[in-house]
Design a protein around this ligand. Structure first.
Ligand SMILES: *[C@@H]1O[C@H](CO)[C@@H](O)[C@H](O)[C@H]1NC(C)=O
Ligand SMILES: *[C@@H]1O[C@H](CO)[C@@H](O)[C@H](O)[C@H]1NC(C)=O
Ligand SMILES: *[C@@H]1O[C@H](CO)[C@@H](O)[C@H](O)[C@H]1NC(C)=O
Ligand SMILES: *[C@@H]1O[C@H](CO)[C@@H](O)[C@H](O)[C@H]1NC(C)=O
Ligand SMILES: *[C@@H]1O[C@H](CO)[C@@H](O)[C@H](O)[C@H]1NC(C)=O
Ligand SMILES: *[C@@H]1O[C@H](CO)[C@@H](O)[C@H](O)[C@H]1NC(C)=O
Ligand SMILES: *[C@@H]1O[C@H](CO)[C@@H](O)[C@H](O)[C@H]1NC(C)=O
Ligand SMILES: *[C@@H]1O[C@H](CO)[C@@H](O)[C@H](O)[C@H]1NC(C)=O
Length: 254
């Protein structure tokens, strides 16, 4: 009967070992870089790294902030290139240190305007609308005008029927994950680590954050993995306890 106890302990060790191996393997699977494949096919264009986050403030009539935005912006613009004599897709980050912001606020509309002062001259306008019936705000309009050195003609794009970054009056909209905002067939925008509040600010500060759906979905994965691991640990523990009880009972009968 002693053998039984040893066996159950041994099987516990094996289970733990396998569990550990699975976790470690999982870790390596996500961390390990792909085995060095020769880079024969060059990418059509280089994608820059994630954009730096800029902090932009628009002041209202009484010199207090009426719109706050913390946001990393990456532009994805298609235009006719001089150097390549064809239409190209270029991805350019807005550099906060080379960007001037301005804007205005009204009761049911607010706008933020970013103007870059580097060689890739860009004006980017975000217009927010407040629905005073539902007390929800949203990004309703984006306008881009760009005059970059390689552009055959300046690009000017405007879409006034957007519905992005929805939030409630008095709260800020927040999203940690990258979001792609489609504006037109020639222009989309990737935004990163967004927190904006275009209405209902008090004391130059963001109100409580309403987190976007993407972030909530992200949270779900660790929760599921955590629950699964907790379940496994419980099973192993139960197996161990049952095994111990059995071997204990064994001793008594002898
Ligand atoms: C500033 O103006 C806004 C509306 O325009 C108002 O809600 C706020 O209370 C004012 N703040 C001060 C300090 O007067
Ligand atoms: C830029 O836009 C093109 C076309 O819409 C898309 O294929 C590409 O993945 C985008 N690039 C980035 C970095 O978002
Ligand atoms: C640019 O391409 C067009 C056709 O796509 C061609 O007619 C023209 O000659 C090209 N120009 C240069 C400078 O290569
Ligand atoms: C941007 O802002 C800085 C500082 O306020 C100012 O000196 C500069 O002239 C502005 N640039 C443009 C293009 O307006
Ligand atoms: C404002 O919200 C209400 C209620 O959700 C909706 O019925 C109305 O169409 C909205 N108004 C505008 C201009 O979007
Ligand atoms: C929205 O942005 C445009 C620039 O495209 C500007 O002319 C317009 O005044 C803005 N509207 C509001 C309501 O702020
Ligand atoms: C951006 O706006 C400024 C001021 O309105 C203007 O002088 C400049 O030409 C604009 N730049 C582009 C690229 O449209
Ligand atoms: C403006 O954006 C909406 C929503 O993404 C899209 O359905 C519409 O086609 C866009 N309009 C233009 C002119 O690109």
């Amino acid at each position: 009967m002693k053998k039984n106890g040893v066996q159950s302990r041994w099987s516990l060790a094996v289970t733990l070992h396998l569990l550990l191996a699975a976790i470690v393997h999982q870790g390596f699977a996500t961390v390990a870089p792909p085995t060095a494949a020769p880079t024969t096919t060059a990418a059509p264009h280089k994608d820059p790294s994630n954009p730096e986050k800029g902090n932009y403030v628009v002041n209202g009539k009484n010199d207090t902030a009426c719109l706050l935005a913390a946001i990393g912006v990456q532009l994805n613009v298609s235009f006719s290139s001089v150097s390549q004599n064809q239409t190209v897709q270029e991805v350019v980050n807005i550099q906060p240190s080379a960007t001037n912001s301005s804007g205005s606020c009204d009761t049911d509309s607010a706008s933020l305007r970013l103007m870059t002062t580097d060689v890739q001259k860009t004006n980017l306008t975000f217009n927010f609308t407040l629905n005073t019936t539902s007390n929800k705000y949203y990004l309703s309009e984006v306008a881009l005008s760009a005059a970059w050195p390689d552009m055959k003609d300046p690009v000017s794009v405007r879409n006034t029927s957007l519905d992005y970054l929805r939030g409630s009056l008095g709260y800020s909209y927040m999203c940690r994950d990258k979001q792609t905002l489609f504006v037109s067939k020639d222009f989309s925008m990737n935004i990163f680590q967004v927190q904006v509040q275009p209405f209902g600010l008090t004391g130059n500060q963001f109100g409580a954050a309403e987190e976007c759906q993407l972030d909530e979905d992200d949270m779900l994965i660790p929760i599921i993995v955590g629950a699964a691991l907790a379940g496994l640990v419980l099973i192993v523990l139960l197996a161990y306890l049952i095994g111990r009880k059995r071997s204990h009972a064994g001793y008594q009968t002898i």
